[in-house]
Write a protein that binds this ligand. Structure first.
Ligand SMILES: *Cc1c(COP(=O)(O)O)cnc(C)c1O
Length: 509
């Protein structure tokens, strides 16, 4: 995601951080200062507006309904033009993550499935029993892939791995946290719930904390960027409802020590959630291909829930994910029922009421059309590609790879400004992710990068970008200072306010 430019705030980097955080509180209390800052950010954001709204003036735009409906063919033509404009970058494999499969035949197939089931809604199970069939089977297939067979063996049905489909990784994570909150309130009387998560865990957990009144306790990661077990142990107290680990985490692509963390949770009698949103459809196959994959799933007795995204490496259309639980009792705390509404008895397992049955159907179709062989082959290609990219990065003396990742490769530098390298890469058409604390850049390898020539082009461009930054460290750029600033300005409240204004901008017609 692009961040707003906060050029003028760079000056603040020269002021001692402790002074600044105290100053921020005072500053925000002074109306004049607030007004000034607000004016300043408005003018900076307006500079960004052109880049964010490239179709203004070039295409019809609506801020009210057209009086009469437009001709369908004409509307379709417009949509096709927009699609064509936007597809080339990800199709060529110049983008980190975002589109995980992108094969034309695969996309056509998913689109066909969507069109067949576009009216379906699992809220009406009587009208569309196919939707509930697809959902139950996606959950069962996903669970089986993540160790359910071993976990279920010899256990009564109510202890079997079960789950729900949701709209994406964030919803899966939020459902899990809400579930633990309600479970802990009922079973343990916890009214001030806390969760413990490594610094690297996805912000969806903060979002859940924010929405559901759960205190987030972040613990640092170790020098290998994996969750620190000792720090986690220290952070657990009698209000802890769940401990979090990622397999792998988004920033550095490394897998937390899930075996140790989940065992800690089991001994303490609290939940353990593995966030396998990113790795759930890669790691099981990597293991079968004899890559070294530490245990992370339901084979570990302490793991009580897992989030796993069908819309990432499951290769389904965007808008679907799975959340899995150990046992139906735990899952029941996710459910909602209303028994006294004049509209009749009502129940809803997830956050949405009506849900897109078509997206569930595309997830089902992706899974059964890929099959185990398909996922194995895709994983083999991705991991071989990632391996070549790692080698390429390590061969550039100014760069180093953070930690020991499988397929999300973060790199930093002690010699050049890595955000400037990212900027020089974006001038060459690459869309990479900027990370901070520490400053780094990552590429999440997908099937798009497994196309012939992509690795070579990436490494060649990266080498050239590093050279360019080395030769001209002062060369101007727009994004590098933004990332540098967003990483280092201690006025976190200001950064947050700026992001909110940025969202306002996105909503402008
Ligand atoms: C993508 C991701 C999420 C959030 O998923 P969304 O589908 O973007 O809501 C959570 N955790 C990890 C590790 C992820 O990679």
């Amino acid at each position: 995601m692009a961040l707003p430019d906060l050029k003028s705030l760079r000056l603040l980097n020269h002021v001692p951080p402790r002074l600044l955080s105290a100053a921020e509180r005072y500053l925000k209390a002074v109306p004049k200062v607030r007004e000034l800052l607000s004016k300043e950010t408005d003018s900076l954001l307006s500079e960004l507006e052109g880049d964010l709204k490239p179709y203004r003036g070039k295409m019809p735009a609506y801020d009210h309904l057209p009086a009469t409906g437009r001709e369908r063919g004409e509307v379709l033509k417009e949509l096709q033009a927009l699609q064509a404009q936007e597809e080339s970058r990800w199709r060529e494999g110049k983008v980190s993550g975002a589109v995980y499969n992108g094969d034309e035949g695969h996309i056509d197939f998913l689109n066909h499935v969507y069109s067949l089931h576009s009216q379906s809604n699992p809220l009406h199970a009587d009208l569309w029993p196919s939707a509930t069939k697809f959902e139950a089977e996606v959950i069962a297939m996903t669970a089986s892939m993540l160790g359910a067979d071993a976990a279920n063996s010899g256990k009564p049905a109510q202890e079997h791995i079960c789950g729900s489909m949701s709209s994406g990784g964030t919803e899966s994570i939020m459902l899990a946290i809400k579930t633990y909150r309600d479970w802990a309130r009922e079973k343990k009387g916890i009214t001030k719930p806390e969760m413990v998560a490594p610094a690297s865990a996805h912000p969806a957990f903060d979002k859940a904390a924010h929405y559901f009144g759960v205190k987030m306790v972040r613990v640092p990661v170790g020098p290998d960027y994996r969750a620190d077990l000792a720090a986690t142990k220290k952070a657990v107290n009698r209000n802890t409802i769940v401990i979090i680990g990622s397999a792998p985490g988004f920033p550095h692509g490394v897998i937390d020590p899930i075996a140790e963390l989940s065992e800690l949770a089991r001994r303490k009698g609290v939940g353990f959630h593995t966030d396998a949103c990113l790795g759930g459809f890669v790691l099981p196959f990597a293991r079968k291909l004899h890559y070294e994959v530490p245990p992370f799933d339901f084979r570990l007795p302490g793991v009580t829930s897992i989030s796993v995204d069908t819309h990432k490496f499951g290769y389904a259309a965007k808008g679907s994910s799975v959340v899995l639980y150990r046992g139906t009792e735990l899952r029941s705390h996710q459910y909602f029922t209303a028994t006294d509404w004049p509209g009749g008895i009502y129940f809803s397992p997830t956050f949405s009421g009506s849900r897109p049955g078509a997206l569930i159907a595309t997830a089902w179709a992706a899974l059964v059309s890929m099959g185990e062989q398909g996922y194995l082959e895709a994983t083999r290609r991705i991991l071989e590609t990632a391996s070549a990219i790692k080698q390429g990065i390590r061969a550039i003396p100014e760069l180093y790879v953070l930690g020991d990742p499988l397929f999300v490769i973060a790199f930093g530098s002690d010699e050049v400004d890595v955000f400037k390298v990212m900027e020089r890469m974006s001038e060459r058409g690459w869309s990479l992710n900027g990370l901070h604390k520490p400053a780094a850049v990552h590429l999440c390898v997908t099937l798009r990068h497994a196309q012939p020539g992509v690795v070579e082009r990436f490494v060649e461009d990266l080498r050239a970008a590093v050279e360019q930054v080395k030769l001209n460290p002062g060369e101007k750029g727009t994004m590098a200072p933004v990332y540098g600033m967003a990483a280092s300005v201690p006025f976190r409240g200001l950064v947050s306010d700026m992001l909110k204004k940025y969202m306002d901008l996105l909503y402008k017609v």
